[in-house]
Design a protein around this ligand. Structure first.
Ligand code: ADP
Ligand code: ASP
Ligand code: MG
Length: 405
């Protein structure tokens, strides 16, 4: 008998038929004597729709209220999934994040899990129930509803697998596993049998939304091995685990494109100590994550000034602009130019540690495609470039063909 955590994403619970399929799959594991904890997302499109509704009322809605709103999506599916299991004659109980003992900090819309008290889940399992937990949500110690950032049901599943010391953690989605690139954009992408935490983490943070990046971070920290697989068939998926020796023989494991970034450029920022610190401290204090930062060399006559560009997640752009506007007088920069028409294209692979010439090949491929590179950033296992959004997908296919074709 094994204890299994299974997570089903939005498409996998997208309509009553799909929810019945989930129940049938769970029933198969129960019939083998396994204990099953099911984590579900909101039905596909529901979270986006709730956000849209709120923004129709006000462009920057209060984040506490957004969490109260968004948590309803998952609350619908836990009940429907429990009802689907009941229809098969299986005892099942649905739990909200709070009821499941998921305690988070108070950073609304991107809360971090602080601890999980899984006693209630264990008790319900031991009474013979399938336990269905709402993904993406938790509660602060003061009883405030929180959510864990977009795609956060993955994190719920991985964190529960760690807290429950589950034997198996399966992430069911609408593709067969983790591919060398998003198969919807790159038809030639191939499914990977396995991938290291670090590579998965980079791909996820760089736009491969098949896994939420924080969930991969968590899995690495607590050593949770998990499988990404399809809820629509029985094909084996992709195992995500610690790096093994032979993984380094592959230079580039995958290519990703993040279309969810925006760029802010401050023109003519005074080039003197403390200015960058002031800007990024204020942005950090508003809980906006800054990714890439590029500062040009000083220009102009008179007092030295420079242009400073940085990227943020698209949904944070308004918030970042507001913070920057508030600093204009104090710091005294020129105009602010923002655009969300950028894409961040990245290649990832632990093999880059031991191979050279990778950046040159990537830039050469982009040059041949007529793609201009706006910003560059690298780490030991990735190279990212910011490019024009309109050319993003074609550039991704070209780079995939060059390294993985
Ligand atoms: P779920 O609702 O199950 O959480 P998501 O939509 O969040 O599913 O993630 C699955 C999607 O991720 C796939 O449909 C696919 O288009 C996309 N995707 C992006 N990059 C990759 C990749 N490298 N491998 C597999 N899928 C990817
Ligand atoms: N429903 C949430 C979202 O769409 C969480 C998830 O699907 O994992 O982001
Ligand atoms: Mg997802």
């Amino acid at each position: 008998m094994a204890l299994i955590v299974q997570k089903y994403g939005g498409t996998s619970v997208g309509n009553p038929e799909r929810i019945k399929n989930v129940a049938a799959r769970v029933a198969k594991y129960r019939a083998k004597g396994d204990q099953v904890v099911v984590v579900v997302s909101a039905m596909s499109g529901v979270t986006d729709n709730l956000i849209k509704l709120a923004k129709e009322i006000m462009p920057l809605p209060n984040e506490r209220e957004m969490d109260v709103l968004l948590a309803t999506g998952e609350q619908t599916t836990i009940a429907l999934a429990a009802i689907a299991l009941h229809s098969l004659g299986l005892p099942a109980v649905s739990l909200t994040g709070a009821q499941a003992g998921i305690v988070t900090d108070g950073v609304h819309t991107k809360a971090r899990i602080q601890n999980i008290t899984p006693q209630k889940i264990h008790d319900l399992l031991n009474e013979g129930n399938v336990v269905i937990v709402a993904g993406f949500q938790g509660q602060t110690t003061e009883g405030q509803v929180t959510t864990l950032g977009r795609g956060g049901s993955d994190l719920t599943a991985i964190a529960l697998a760690a807290a429950l010391k589950a034997d198996l953690c399966q992430i069911y989605t609408d593709v067969d596993g983790v591919y060398t690139a998003d198969p919807r954009i790159v038809p030639g992408a191939r499914k990977l049998e396995e991938i290291s935490y670090d590579e998965m983490l980079e791909l996820a943070s760089l736009g491969a939304k098949v896994m939420q990046s924080r969930s991969v971070e968590f899995a690495k920290k607590f050593g949770v091995v998990f499988e990404v697989r399809s809820s629509l068939n029985e094909n084996p998926g992709t195992i995500v685990k610690e790096e093994t020796k032979n993984m380094e023989s592959v230079v580039v494991r995958g290519v990703s494109l993040d279309k969810n970034q925006a760029k802010v450029t401050l023109v003519a920022v005074p080039d003197k100590p403390g200015v960058a610190a002031r800007i990024f401290k204020a942005i950090g204090d508003s809980n906006v994550n800054v990714d890439m930062i590029v500062q040009n060399i000083s220009h102009g006559s008179g007092a030295p000034a420079t242009d400073l560009s940085f990227t943020v997640d698209k949904p944070d752009l308004l918030k970042a602009q507001k913070v920057i506007d508030g600093l204009k007088e104090e710091i005294g920069f020129g105009k602010v130019i923002s655009t969300d028409k950028i894409g961040k294209l990245s290649i990832v692979g632990v093999g880059m540690k031991s191979h050279t010439g990778v950046a040159g090949k990537m830039f050469d491929t982009l040059a041949r495609e007529g793609v201009n590179i706006d910003m560059i950033s690298t780490s030991e296992i990735k190279i990212s470039v910011v490019i024009d959004l309109a050319k993003g997908e074609a550039a991704m296919r070209a780079v995939h063909a060059a390294f993985l074709g």
